[in-house]
Design a protein around this ligand. Sequence first.
Ligand SMILES: [Mn+2]
Length: 431
Amino acid sequence: MNTVIDSGIVEQHNAKAMANLEADYAALGGMLARRGKDIEQLTALAQTFAVALPSWGVGTGGTRFARFPGPGEPRNVFEKIDDCAVINQLTRATPLVSLHFPWDKPTDVAALREYADRYKLGFDSVNSNTFQDQLGQAHTYKYGSLTALSAESRAQAVQHNVECIELGRALGSKGLTVWVGDGANFPGQQNLRGALERYLDSMRGVYAALPDDWQVYIEHKLFEPAFYATTIADWGTSFACATELGPKAKCLVDLGHHAPNTNIEMIVARLAQFGKLGGFHFNDSKYGDDDLDSGSINPFQLFLIFNELADASARDGEAFKPSYMLDQSHNVTDPIESLMNSAVEVQRAFVQSALVDRAALAQYQQDNDVLQSAQALKHAFRTDVSPILAMARLRSGAPADPVGCYRASGYRAKQAELRPAKAGASSSGIV
Ligand SMILES: [Mn+2]
């Protein structure tokens, strides 16, 4: 297997970190043992965790106002794969990459698959883009894509999604994520029911092109770019559409796509209960679709989501397998560092959720012991599982401290030399 960072650098880093890590790990192991938890089991569990990387996340993103490119940004999909390989090498938690078309459309699909395979990277669900016009495109999406009143625009949007499925198939993907920015900016602009009818009609065309072992993920978002009425604005609409379309259609929850203070963990519980939870775009937000690093604003919410996932997993077993992906945008940090941090934060919530004493919690709930029920969750959330995460990485061949090791490797400085900036080269942003 090819590695981007010299494995000697990782070994050197770990040799220095080992003594402290072993001491911290032993101390945490003792504390968890007193709570009836086996640290070795938790470390093995942490090693199973995987979250996919968004190809658009390795470049500097932007806001609706400006983008401030950083040094050594990837200029094409192959360079994006290189950066994703660094993240997986240093976290061992991100073995899949999610591509966005046409941004990442390769001229030679087989070559791209082979290139990723050399790093042992696979491809997660592919993403279509009908929220902007591409150069030379026949019909505009200015007034909508899958919901447009123009039959030509709708047909073009369906065809683009079908092409994404074909590209994904050649890459070994198993899913298509569809997010549309369609909607209205003004009351009266659109017949609200008519728009959703057209959406469903278009999506039936996309659904019909899905291979048997594929799923389509419907991603909802409250607002932006449509500021008055977004067609797929909430999980209820997403659920209704996924139900209408059939068993291969599921709902995708992007953490930043809800109104402030929305109880996202309850949405997760609902979708899991009715078998329609397809997956996640993990990120964090303070106000809207901020696409900040996972766990940076509200780590407790992330934990509560994983608490629901752990509950669903305990109920439904192997059948319950939502797909996990990061979706974030970076204005002021090195995207590789931010993506590594986010992968670790999501993994942290996953491990913390395994610390919840479910039997005790069920008994507290049964007894209407509200205070202890809440404390049962807080107790797990407050436990610092960092030594477990570091040990899991170390045992998987990654460094105890991914960001420290990455900085020591000088990767970014080297890429700044190898990848001189090219106008319009990086396709990254908020989706
Ligand atoms: Mn998203």
